[in-house]
Write a protein that binds this ligand. Structure first.
Ligand code: PLP
Length: 359
């Protein structure tokens, strides 16, 4: 068995310890006599798993008591619809910051349900930066303000959250959740598809302030109503049982590492290593505006698509895989989520140096 350094943007790498623990428990979980995959979601054993997943997350993320934690399905993309369906309730207006393709998709979906105002956009510059906004730019009557915190495709991140006053701030944190401490109380909703920084695909984590629950329009499908999901503790129907179990292992792993603060320290060191190399390189160039750079997704190019392709191919042969940029932007992208050890980033930088010398 040779495990590679996997720089995939998503589904992304998982810590080996988490996979090994899952392997140990795969066939028989505790003294249940069965795999978690075979368990009734109404069983006592499973109830303990989902409760412990939530409790661990609340602990490592510091989630206040007036927030519900939901484990849903449909990916981050279903939240693009679920958010307007549940949150548009007074003015039926919402403010969106268009910082990338996922924010753009989210606002297009929301336009089906209300009046969506694009407060700022970096689309004209290939989403290479985070648009700056002031409090006055927001509509005080808006039902919510929406941001995509970390722009997975472009390698940009909000390093300061917009001040939206009393208007709830909703954030897609699919590709940065638990990469650094976050003050949850600043947000109305934080959500994340699991497959970037949390676990396998199939679970969507939603953290929602209680007062935002229970406002869905009457014709909202049951599965898209936060209230029904919250009232039933994410078990209105069969939840993605194994995925939630994997999240539990991941949250335990985070705690064992020393918590989110320690992960932030490591993530900073990893990102710095790579960006410092990029900034002095004569061949490679970072594509995101410096002040908005992401700690999780590092995007770069050589300027020559053929050389980019050569780099991706030769890196893969060295066990540095999935470095190809998103199909919409090309170039390279190194996703260095929580599970990527600094050794992987060091090996990547060493290889880039060698490639630069040879080309
Ligand atoms: C990957 C991603 C999505 C889409 O996630 P799905 O689970 O595939 O729907 C949305 N937002 C961000 C920031 C992402 O990285």
């Amino acid at each position: 068995m040779r495990r590679v350094f996997n720089f995939s943007a998503g589904p992304g790498a998982l810590p080996l310890e988490v996979l090994e623990k899952a392997q140990q428990e795969l066939i028989c979980y505790g003294d249940s006599g069965m795999s978690v995959m075979e368990m009734s979601h109404r069983s006592k054993d499973y109830d303990a798993i989902i409760k412990s997943a939530e409790a661990k997350l609340r602990e490592v993320m510091g989630i206040p008591a007036n927030y519900k934690v939901l484990f849903l399905q449909g990916g981050a993309s279903l939240q693009f619809a679920m958010i307007p369906l549940n949150l548009l309730r007074k003015s039926f207006k919402a403010d969106y910051i268009e910082s990338g393709q996922f924010a753009s998709k989210a606002l297009k979906e929301a336009q089906k349900f209300g009046t969506i105002n694009v407060v700022a956009s970096s689309k004209a510059d290939q989403y290479s930066y985070i648009p700056k906004v002031a409090k006055e730019d927001f509509d005080p009557e808006a039902d919510y303000v929406y941001i995509c915190d970390n722009n997975t495709i472009y390698g940009t991140k909000f390093h300061e959250y917009p001040d939206t006053g009393d208007v709830p701030l909703v954030a897609d944190m699919s590709s940065c959740i638990l990469s650094e401490p976050v003050d949850v109380s600043k947000f109305g909703i934080i959500y994340a598809g699991a497959q970037k920084n949390l676990g396998p695909a199939g679970v969507t984590l939603v953290i929602i302030r209680e007062d935002l629950i229970g406002h869905a329009k009457e014709n909202t499908p049951a599965m898209l109503d936060y209230k029904l999901m919250a009232d039933n503790h994410s078990m209105y129907n069969t939840p993605p049982t194994y995925g939630i179990y994997m999240l539990k292992l991941m949250f335990e792993w985070i705690e064992a590492q020393g918590g989110v603060k320690e992960l932030e320290k490591r993530n900073k060191a990893k990102a710095e290593l790579l960006y410092n190399f990029l900034d002095q390189s004569k061949l490679f160039k970072g594509t995101a505006r410096k002040e908005d750079r992401s700690m999780m997704n590092v995007t770069f190019v050589t300027g020559d698509p053929e050389l980019d392709a050569k780099f991706v191919k030769e890196a893969a042969a060295e066990g540095l895989v999935s470095l190809k940029g998103h199909r919409s932007v090309g170039g390279m992208r190194a996703s260095i989520y929580n599970a990527m050890p600094i050794e992987g980033v060091q090996k990547l930088v060493d290889f880039m140096r060698k490639f630069e010398a040879e080309n």
